[in-house]
Design a protein around this ligand. Structure first.
Ligand SMILES: [Zn+2]
Length: 242
């Protein structure tokens, strides 16, 4: 198997995987998005809320804020020594206290662990008018995107690598051997194909993959963890089968 990264921009990475079946490619896609844990707010206790929004709406908004995730220091609640009751090894606490007039942003959340904080500071939560107040504590835990999309790591898509087979401009397109030129090649193929100037065929075991992460974890961590989780699940399947 060969992986060639040909584009990296902000939270998005693009690469070509050569030598992988579609079944495995799709498993990798699914497990990367929803089978790698991330941190998200799961419980909110309000002590004051005189804003125009109900507690439930604010709690829902808080849950969707991506949090930087430290997989080495935290356990999933059901795998923790505390048995899921909640402790410093499986929970991060946040405090929020704000008085209007102001817009409350994700950056106003004060964390108990500087390694776990909102990825972006400028996500609006609620607008407070003069005299309105919001006071709460929130608890974040690790979870999987397959349980709730707030824990998903990002969005991965893929398509078959196109092989140019015919057309009057086919001779102009030479498949690059390395990352340099791949981006340009793929853009040119798409453009000429849309214009009807070339025809392509999908290469069966080669895919062009795009992955945009929501920022809780970096791409490398997500992909390595996805591969190890997929392998763990296959081993469990094998054992159950035996
Ligand atoms: Zn615990």
């Amino acid at each position: 198997m060969k992986i060639t990264v040909f584009e990296k921009e902000g939270n998005t990475i693009k690469f070509v995987i050569d030598g992988i079946s579609e079944g495995l490619m799709n498993s990798l896609r699914r497990i990367s998005m929803v089978g790698v844990p991330t941190m998200a707010i799961e419980e909110v206790a309000f002590t004051k809320n005189s804003s125009v929004l109900y507690d439930e709406i604010i709690a829902h908004r808080l849950g969707l804020i991506p949090l930087t995730t430290d997989l080495k220091s935290y356990n999933l609640p059901n795998e923790c020594k505390c048995g899921g009751k909640g402790c410093a090894l499986c929970q991060v606490k946040f405090k929020l206290s704000a008085k209007g007039p102001k817009v409350v942003y994700s950056g106003d959340l004060k964390t108990s662990d500087p390694k776990v904080k909102p990825v972006y500071d400028k996500i609006p939560i609620v607008k407070l008018l003069e005299g309105q107040e919001l006071k709460l504590t929130a608890t974040a835990v690790l979870g999987y995107g397959r349980e709730h999309s707030k824990w998903s790591t990002g969005l991965m898509t893929y398509y078959y690598f196109p092989k140019v087979v015919s057309g009057k401009k086919a001779s102009e397109l030479k498949e690059p051997k390395d990352a340099k030129g791949l981006k340009e090649y793929l853009e040119k193929v798409k453009k000429l194909e849309n214009l009807g100037e070339i025809e392509t065929e999908p290469v069966e075991d080669k895919f062009v993959v795009g992955f945009e992460s929501w920022g809780q974890l970096d791409h490398k961590t997500i992909l390595l963890k996805a591969v190890s989780n997929l392998s763990k699940r296959l081993k469990a399947f094998d054992k159950a089968l035996k």
